[in-house]
Design a protein around this ligand. Structure first.
Ligand code: HEC
Ligand code: HEC
Ligand code: HEC
Ligand code: HEC
Ligand code: HEC
Length: 445
């Protein structure tokens, strides 16, 4: 199928948008190695080159996604104040649609109370550990108060950053992080005529845009959404963040759809994911069926629930943090649950850091195209009239139940960090929703 046809197909099943959240507690990072350590030498400040062949894709991204992204330097003297600004609001004054989307997205909240509450104390006590988080959550050099520098004795020292912008720091993954290097704009090839942004005549245009097809590649997202298996902690053979490889090994990665084709339909900047009910409904198909013909008291009753990963381009879910509760219970004539009849099966990857090591409890995530088929069985009590089958999604389960409560036990937390994590604990308890809910009538006996 041609590229155009594919895009159209995705538009039709993914029209709506919002929130997400994820993985990686502090502990995880203690295991991430050299790749994420601050650079040991300052590279010269040239903007990334364009690659001309496919083999150079990797080189291009290595250069484009240096960690942290080097200081932008002085803006060209002919830039207006708005063109020279790195702040998302400045971009938004000429690109209002992308700004409105981004503001709603999780990328703009990547320095929210959960991450920032863990990072804030480290910025004082251990800047190298703070930078291990910032390279993904706030990747511009201008977002860090201290910058790494190599001393004469070839050691890493941290020095005050004269270009630090404390407001930009808390804006997370900004327009600049993805689009600007040395004050030059980078972007995708021109889009379809009908959706291409229009600018009033005479609008200053920051000396144009370097257009590159690499903005349309899944590799663009890889640096932050994939831990290198060679260089990071493996739990039962799997990196804690493996989204790119899951995609690459699926039909989607074999030319069907890039991350952008699904997560940025019509180039929108919302990046919806597991936190958005409508979004998840577009990717997952669920069916519940009673398998039993008779419903005489004492008979065996069987209900099957099928959850199909129809259109998530990676495992459902891809991270260790969400849990999906697939549940069923027997109801009486008035719709009340009969005590003791509720059953559940959990979809997710339960991996936890306990007693100094990582332990996998289970991994029931559904691979792309795969399905979970769960059969619930009961012996029929006499008062049963109906069965309720439902599926609940808890996007931040790991944080809410395991990580934040444990983190708050640390007596050495500053009061600022404690306040932030208390807020994160609250927020992470509010993100759950019901994805599917169905009442089935028993067959007449
Ligand atoms: C600079 C690092 C970085 C880059 C580049 C990046 N992301 Fe993200 N992404 C993150 C972080 C960090 C979060 C989590 C933000 C939060 O919740 O605090 C996130 C969140 C998301 C979510 C929301 C997940 C959810 O839980 O609902 C989606 C979807 C997503 N990213 C897709 C993409 C796609 C597609 C690309 C490439 C076009 C991309 N990201 C590029 C770091 C990045
Ligand atoms: C390689 C990139 C990367 C690094 C390094 C990284 N993260 Fe993340 N982080 C992500 C991505 C991607 C997500 C979103 C995952 C999802 O949507 O489920 C995320 C999600 C989170 C979340 C949940 C989202 C929220 O806003 O509550 C927290 C908390 C978090 N990270 C904290 C940290 C901390 C603390 C560190 C450093 C110790 C760190 N991360 C290092 C990529 C990274
Ligand atoms: C004063 C107005 C103005 C500001 C501020 C501005 N831009 Fe632009 N931008 C433009 C104009 C005009 C174009 C069209 C240029 C062209 O097509 O050659 C453009 C084009 C782009 C494109 C290519 C879009 C396309 O049509 O394909 C990207 C990406 C972009 N800008 C990113 C940014 C980012 C990121 C910022 C903030 C750091 C920013 N711009 C700030 C006016 C502005
Ligand atoms: C996580 C990375 C990321 C962030 C953050 C981000 N963009 Fe983009 N942007 C992209 C990618 C990738 C594309 C190309 C998508 C595609 O081709 O499907 C793009 C496309 C664009 C385009 C071209 C749109 C079109 O229809 O042709 C503009 C303009 C733009 N971005 C501006 C912005 C502005 C302004 C912000 C901040 C408010 C921003 N971007 C934030 C990754 C990002
Ligand atoms: C075929 C469409 C499709 C493709 C391709 C795709 N995704 Fe997703 N993605 C989804 C759907 C649907 C969901 C919601 C269900 C889920 O969470 O798995 C999702 C969820 C997510 C989440 C939320 C976290 C979680 O635990 O599930 C992140 C982060 C994400 N995608 C990133 C990516 C990245 C990065 C790529 C490319 C390597 C990508 N996606 C490719 C459809 C897609």
């Amino acid at each position: 199928m041609g590229k155009k046809g594919r895009r159209l197909r995705f538009r039709s099943w993914q029209q709506t948008f919002l929130w997400g959240g994820g993985l990686v507690g502090l502990l995880v990072l203690l295991f991430l190695v050299a790749r994420f350590l601050p650079p040991t030498s300052h590279r010269d400040d040239q903007a990334p080159r364009f690659a001309s062949s496919d083999q150079e894709v990797e080189e291009f991204f290595k250069d484009y996604w240096r960690r942290p992204i080097p200081l932008q330097g002085s803006p060209p003297t002919n830039y207006t104040e708005k063109e020279a600004s790195l702040r998302p609001e400045a971009c938004g004054s000429c690109h209002p649609r992308q700004y409105a989307d981004w503001k709603e997205s999780l990328h703009s909240r990547a320095m929210g109370p959960g991450p920032w509450g863990q990072i804030i104390d480290l910025t004082q006590t251990s800047p190298d550990e703070a930078s291990l988080c910032m390279i993904c959550h706030a990747p511009l050099s201008e977002q860090s108060a201290l910058l790494a520098k190599t001393t004469e004795r070839n050691e890493t020292a941290y020095e005050k950053n004269a270009h630090f912008d404390s407001e930009l720091q808390l804006q997370g993954i900004t327009c600049t992080a993805c689009h600007v290097r040395q004050h030059r704009r980078f972007g995708p090839p021109k889009g379809e005529e009908s959706s291409t942004p229009k600018y009033p005549a005479g609008t200053p245009d920051h000396a144009g845009v370097q257009r590159t097809p690499y903005f349309e590649k899944a590799e663009f997202c890889k640096g932050c959404h994939q831990f290198e298996p060679e260089n990071s902690l493996l739990v039962n053979g799997k990196p804690l963040q493996d989204t790119f490889r899951e995609w690459q090994n699926s039909i989607w990665g074999k030319g069907e759809a890039s991350c952008q084709e699904c997560h940025m339909p019509q180039r929108r900047h919302l990046w919806k994911g597991i936190h958005d009910r409508e979004w998840v409904k577009g990717g997952v198909r669920i069916e519940a069926q009673i398998q039993t013909e008779s419903s005489r008291p004492g008979d065996a009753l069987e209900l099957t629930l099928e959850v199909v990963n129809a259109a998530a381009g990676h495992k459902f879910p891809t991270y260790t943090t969400p849990k999906i509760f697939v549940r069923a219970a027997l109801l009486d004539g008035s719709g009340k649950t009969l005590p003791g009849t509720e059953q559940e099966k959990i979809i997710g990857w339960d991996a936890r850091f306990e007693d100094g090591k990582w332990k996998e409890y289970f991994d029931t995530r559904i691979p792309p195209g795969g399905q979970l088929q769960e059969t619930f069985r009961w012996k029929l009590p006499p008062e049963v009239k109906k069965i309720r089958a439902w599926v609940e999604v808890h996007p931040d389960h790991f944080y809410h139940v395991h990580f934040y409560p444990a983190f708050l036990k640390n007596q050495e937390l500053s009061s600022q960090a404690r306040k932030l994590i208390e807020k994160a604990l609250q927020d992470s308890g509010r993100s759950a929703y019901i994805l599917f809910d169905k009442i089935l009538l028993l067959p007449e006996s």
